[in-house]
Structure formats: structure tokens, C-alpha cells
Design a protein around this ligand. Structure first.
Ligand SMILES: NC(=O)c1ccc[n+]([C@@H]2O[C@H](COP(=O)([O-])OP(=O)(O)OC[C@H]3O[C@@H](n4cnc5c(N)ncnc54)[C@H](OP(=O)(O)O)[C@@H]3O)[C@@H](O)[C@H]2O)c1
Length: 317
């Protein structure tokens, strides 16, 4: 039986919807030769950034690494150079929140690498105590007569802590994007953002870190839309807990003693492997472990349930 007009309309609508869905959700997988990739990594002296560097190096990439600890960065540089005959590895030592360092890194990428294909924003710091402890308000409540002295000391300490975390986790990646964007536009490259599961969900005992990672995620989700026509893509990694030095180096100085440190999590090597696979596929977001993606959706429809598990994870319930 030949199709009637009544049958054709839903068919055309279904095809149009499928094409629209395909176009709106399409990924931009990396199709070039990984050995030709020029990769800049901010925060490459340890942890996830170091393992991303090693894994990009093992494919023969040309690398430029940035971090403050010269000895650790140069050790990573030497390890990267040994990964593959074609690999090159340059370093810029300095604070990734300092615009002069970012300008020097962008100039080095232009002159020594001839451009950038992937900009990895991995430099980050955390704090692992509840908000009242950050501000010393818990001490003030416990010792009523000296409350004003305790809160004055807490106020300056907490302001410095908030500034330090936001400077590294928010100001630095935004300013780095400013300095590298002309190079990324030229190569139609990728910004690979190392945010956190705390960048989309609540992480009690890490309130300032959570706020900074939400800001970071919000900035790059917005930038992705603004840059869509330019060919520059944005991939946002959202790891859960990873076994690195991040908590040891907590800016509240509680790395060794905080009862809220939490479990070890996956290894930095495994985390880097999942991130590079997602970046190569052109994923918008990379949830790890995968069920954090489910938890994210649940947090929108059953927020109380997700809050309960978050409190349990961080030993508040
Ligand atoms: N570990 C986790 O559980 C976890 C989970 C989700 C997301 N993340 C994110 O992953 C990223 C990497 O952290 P990690 O876990 O691998 O911890 P890590 O081992 O402490 O690495 C942090 C890196 O950032 C660099 N860095 C910090 N401040 C910097 C600054 N001002 N300028 C330049 N470099 C700076 C450090 O180098 P220098 O000290 O030598 O400068 C180091 O290379 C962070 O953004 C973190 O938020 C970690």
C-alpha cells in the first residue's frame, strides 16, 4: 500500500527530529594524528596533570608544562621525554594565576610548539574542612568570652583561604583562556577543563572548593556555547575522588589531620586515561566514576536523597 499524506507527516517529523538531535548533540572527536598534538598543561608537576602529561607524551605529543615547583616539574619533563622518540617537552616554572607567567607560557607555546591543539587546565588547590571551621566560628562558639578575638583571627584566615582557592581554581583558568584563545582559534583546538564532581554537585566539608569548581564549570559551559562557531571545543572532566597530593596540600593546612579527608579514590593514572579517552571522543562532560552522571540527574529530581549520601560520604551523617 503506497504511503498516504497522513503517514508521511509523522515520518518527516521523526527524521527532522533525529537530524536536529544529531546536530545539536554531536561530538567533535579528535581525528588527527595524536603524535602531532601540541598540548599545554597547567598544573603538571604532580597528580592528574603529571599523568596526563605522561600519557600524552607516550603518544608522541609535543608538550609544554607549567607549575610552580621546579624540581617536580623538571622530573616530569625528563620522564615525558623518555616516553616516545618523537616527544618534546618544554617547561615554564611559575604561578598559573600570574598573568605574566600565562603570557610567557602562551609565547613559549607559539615559538617552541608552533601553536596549541589542547589546553589542559589542571592547576588546582582545595580545603577540606567545613565552613564554620574555615572561619574559626566553631572555636568562637566553644569559647564564648573570647568570641570576638577568635572570629577576628578567623576572618582574616578565611579571607586569605577563599582568595587563594578562587585565584587558582577560577581566576587562573579564565585568564589562561584569555592568553591561549588566539592560538586555540588558529588550530580549532580543545580546552580540556579539569573541574570536579564538586563542580556540579554539593561536596560538604569542601564548601569553598565546591564554590570555586561550580564557578569554573559555569564559565566553561558558557564559553563552549560562545565558541561553538569558532571550532574551539570545550571538554569538562568531573572526577570524583582521585588518589593525589591535593588533600595533603590543602590550603587550610589540615591535609594530614582533617577527619574529613575521605577515601583514596581511583589512581591518577586511571583518571588521566579516562580523561584522555573522553577528550579524544570530544565528550562535553566526563563523569568519573560514571555513576556520578546518574547522581547529577538524581540531585535535580531527588535532591534530599543525594544530600543524604553526600553527608554520609564526608562523615557528617
Ligand atoms: N584529587 C582529587 O580527588 C580531585 C578530584 C576532582 C578534581 N580534581 C582536580 O584535579 C586537578 C589536579 O589536582 P590533583 O588531584 O592532581 O592534585 P595535585 O597532585 O596536588 O596537583 C595539583 C597541581 O596543580 C598545580 N598548582 C597548584 N596551584 C598552582 C598555581 N598557583 N600555579 C601553577 N600550578 C599550580 C600543582 O603544582 P605546583 O604545586 O608545583 O605549582 C600541581 O601540579 C585540580 O584542579 C583538582 O581540583 C582533583
Amino acid at each position: 500500500m503506497p504511503p498516504t499524506h497522513g503517514m508521511l507527516a509523522p515520518l518527516v517529523l521523526a527524521v527532522a527530529a533525529a537530524v536536529a538531535y544529531q546536530r545539536l548533540t554531536q561530538k567533535r572527536p579528535y581525528t588527527g594524528d595524536p603524535a602531532q598534538q601540541r598540548v599545554v598543561i597547567l598544573g603538571a608537576s604532580s597528580g592528574i596533570g603529571k599523568h596526563l602529561a605522561l600519557q600524552y607524551a607516550a603518544r608522541g605529543a609535543q608538550l609544554l608544562l607549567v607549575a610552580r615547583r621546579r624540581d617536580r616539574l623538571e622530573a616530569v619533563q625528563a620522564e615525558c621525554r623518555g616516553q616516545h622518540a618523537r616527544t618534546t617537552c618544554e617547561v615554564v616554572v611559575g604561578d598559573a594565576a600570574d598573568e605574566a607567567v600565562l603570557a610567557a607560557a602562551a609565547a613559549a607555546a607559539r615559538e617552541r610548539l608552533g601553536g596549541v591543539d589542547v589546553l589542559v587546565l589542571c592547576a588546582g588547590v582545595t580545603s577540606i574542612i567545613p565552613f564554620e571551621q574555615v572561619c574559626a566560628l566553631d572555636a568562637a562558639a566553644a569559647a564564648e568570652p573570647t568570641a570576638s578575638a577568635a572570629s577576628a583571627a578567623g576572618a582574616s584566615a578565611s579571607a586569605a583561604l577563599v582568595e587563594r582557592i578562587f585565584r587558582t581554581n577560577v581566576f587562573s583558568p579564565i585568564m589562561a583562556t584569555k592568553h591561549f584563545l588566539p592560538l586555540l582559534r588558529a588550530s580549532k583546538g580543545q580546552i580540556l577543563v579539569i573541574s570536579s564532581a564538586a563542580g556540579i554537585m554539593a561536596a560538604p566539608t569542601r564548601p569553598i572548593y565546591t564554590a570555586s569548581k561550580h564557578a569554573m564549570t559555569g564559565f566553561f559551559k558558557t564559553l563552549r556555547i560562545e565558541l561553538a562557531a569558532s571550532g574551539v571545543s570545550v571538554c569538562i572532566a568531573l572526577p570524583g575522588t582521585v588518589d593525589t597530593e591535593l588533600r595533603d596540600a590543602a590550603v587550610d593546612g589540615m591535609g594530614a589531620t582533617s577527619k574529613y579527608r575521605g577515601s583514596a579514590g581511583i589512581s591518577a593514572d586511571e583518571c588521566a586515561r579516562i580523561i584522555i579517552a573522553g577528550a579524544d571522543r570530544g565528550d562535553r562532560e566526563i563523569y568519573m566514576p560514571w555513576f556520578y552522571g546518574v547522581a547529577h540527574v538524581l540531585s535535580l529530581i531527588l535532591p534530599g536523597v543525594v544530600d543524604h549520601f553526600a553527608a554520609k560520604k564526608y562523615k557528617l551523617a
